[in-house]
Each structure stands twice: as structure tokens, then as C-alpha cells.
Design a protein around this ligand. Structure first.
Ligand code: PEP
Length: 247
């Protein structure tokens, strides 16, 4: 596997002033690929401030153009220098009713414009307690595979984000993460996807204090970082933890 990827997800946070301070404190590190996924209006600001750090969006339209008020297409994101977009974050699935099928179409749209989709999958606590983790993440991946096919699926990034761990301060344990990441890699392999080339990130309450342990887990190829990506010192510490842990 290549370098680990650590991507920040700023969510609905920021202002021109706060962003300027945060962006000026980020610096590319050798041995780790870094990216930040910012709200749409800040793409230009972040794109011109970042040096050697990738730019991403947090969502993308499944449509390319037309009468879709409020939507932002993948080619628009590419024009603003994005190389990544998050697709299917659990907040979008839960709060904005994004179905598995919509997520699949968004992945297709992102790839068609040359973006790398960071596809989020993960179970709720009730699903975990019902023993449904692999069936849930498998169903979410299947919807992507249905539209991309196995070759293009090998060019996505998968982010395993247990819903109960996002923003809760309670990360999944290293053992839980190892089980699911191994399961995801096996799922990809079983569906004829070149699984060794697919980065599988972990997301859910990653902080400087647990990053070392999580990044040391087999099949963890980096992280998707929410809250901690808004604090430059914490995001840089997490990126440094990824730098020294190559699988
Ligand atoms: C996320 O929003 O993708 C996320 C992982 O959030 P947090 O790190 O705050 O749990």
C-alpha cells in the first residue's frame, strides 16, 4: 500500500478569517498524503492557501448540469482544484436522505470528472448490536459496485465510519476497526476488485491521543477526521502519526 491518506472534513464550519488561520498552520509532511474537504464557498480560498495538501469537497451532485437548483457538479469541483470529494457521509445519508443508489450515482459522477470519491460506509449502533455490521457496509459498497463496476471501484477510497463513533468522542476500538477493515478488504476481493490498491480509511473520533493505535491496525490506510481537523495542531499531530505507520 502507498502512503497513508489523512483527510480532514470541516463539515459546516469555517469563516474566511478562521480558515485563513487554520490553513496557514497546515504544512505538507513527507510520508503521508494529506487533504482537507472544505465547504464549497471556501474551495478557492483553501485551494490557493494549500501547498502540497490535497483539496476536497464534502459532497457532489449526481448530475452534470441543468435545472438542479443548489447542486454543485463534479466538474465544477475539479475546476476549483479538488482532487477528492467525500460521498455518502452518514450525515448526508441520515439528514439529507441520500440512499445507497444516490451515493452510487454520485461516485460515478465524481469519477467521470476525475475526482477520487471518498466513499463513507458504516453502521449505526443498533445495527452493530444486531450483528449486522458487514451486511450493512456490504450493502453500501454493493450499490457503488453496481454502477462503477469492479475496475473503477478499485479507484475509490473507502472510509469506514461507524455512525456511533462520529463526533461522539468514542472511537471504535482497534480490534473493531481491524475486523471491519479486514472484512471490507475481503469483500472487495470477493467482488473482483483489486482490493490491495484501495485505501480504507477509518473515521470516527480520531484524535492525537488515539491516532497512533488506530493507524497501526492492519488494513487501516489512513483516516477521515472531522472535529480534530478544525484544530491545526491536532490535525498535524494525527498526520504525523500516519506518517510513521506504513502497513
Ligand atoms: C466525520 O465527520 O467524518 C468524522 C469522522 O467526524 P469526527 O472525527 O468528529 O468523529
Amino acid at each position: 500500500m502507498s502512503k497513508k491518506l489523512v483527510a480532514g472534513n470541516w463539515k459546516l464550519n469555517g469563516s474566511l478569517d478562521a480558515n485563513a488561520r487554520l490553513l496557514s498552520a497546515l504544512a505538507a509532511l513527507p510520508g503521508v498524503e494529506m487533504a482537507v474537504c472544505v465547504p464549497y464557498p471556501y474551495l478557492a480560498q483553501a485551494g490557493s492557501a494549500l501547498q502540497g495538501i490535497g483539496l476536497g469537497a464534502q459532497n457532489v451532485s449526481e448530475y452534470t448540469s441543468g435545472a438542479y437548483t443548489g447542486e454543485v457538479s463534479a466538474s465544477m469541483l475539479a475546476e476549483f482544484g479538488c482532487s477528492y470529494t467525500i460521498v455518502g457521509h452518514s450525515e448526508r445519508r441520515a439528514l439529507f436522505a441520500e440512499s445507497d443508489a444516490v451515493v452510487g450515482r454520485k461516485v460515478l459522477a465524481a469519477q467521470a470528472a476525475g475526482l477520487v470519491p471518498i466513499v463513507c460506509v458504516g453502521e449505526t449502533l443498533a445495527e452493530r448490536e444486531a450483528g449486522q455490521v458487514m451486511s450493512v457496509v456490504g450493502r453500501q459498497l454493493e450499490a457503488v459496485l453496481d454502477v462503477t463496476g469492479a475496475d473503477a471501484m478499485a479507484r475509490i477510497v473507502v472510509a469506514y465510519e461507524p455512525v456511533w463513533a462520529i463526533g461522539s468522542g468514542l472511537s471504535a476500538t482497534a480490534a473493531q476497526v481491524g475486523d471491519v477493515h479486514g472484512g471490507l478488504r475481503s469483500w472487495l476481493r470477493a467482488h473482483d476488485v483489486d482490493a490491495d490498491g484501495v485505501r480504507i480509511l477509518y473515521g470516527g473520533s480520531v484524535k492525537p491521543e488515539n491516532a497512533d493505535e488506530l493507524f497501526a491496525v492492519k488494513d487501516v490506510d489512513g483516516g477521515l477526521i472531522g472535529g480534530a481537523s478544525l484544530v491545526a495542531e491536532d490535525f498535524m499531530a494525527i498526520c504525523r502519526a500516519a506518517m510513521v505507520k506504513q502497513n
